[in-house]
Write a protein that binds this ligand. Sequence first.
Ligand code: FES
Length: 175
Amino acid sequence: MNNHIQMHHTDKQINGRREFISKALAGLGFTICCGSLASILESCEFYEKKNPVDSSGSIVELNVAAVPEFAALGIGIKQTFKDTKGNAVNGGYPIIVTRIGDNQFVAITGLCTHDACYKEMYPPNEIVDAIVCTCHGSVFNYQDGSVIQGPAVKPLAVFPTSFDAATGMLRIFFA
Ligand code: FES
């Protein structure tokens, strides 16, 4: 692994996680993956234009409280999902979902851009702070899908998300 991959478990991170869990339990209202109010409004507007509610765009809903990994930041899950109509999304390939903030999640395809491995794609975990494909050793940034280490040269696709802190529901959107 190269030196872009950081290890977990520093005291600061552990304290940060405790603080995060407290905040998460408090519930802080509805926000979308982006940080500022301006970007939230902008992304809503953009999303609604591109994906009107009555369109065929697929939406996956995920109850965050039912996923133990989401109690911590930077620990991802990898699984296949069906949309709210029961149809497979991402071509039936897995998606890697990681909590990166109180109300921020990232959903990234679990299909490697190098040679289409997916069983060998591993989400970020307590040891490795990246998405790793053990087929040939590619490493990806779990927050934006960019390539950290080849042989892959193309980034992983990132799917838009929104999180409703009031209901604990994470939504992942597909064009
Ligand atoms: S298929 Fe992932 S590194 Fe080759």
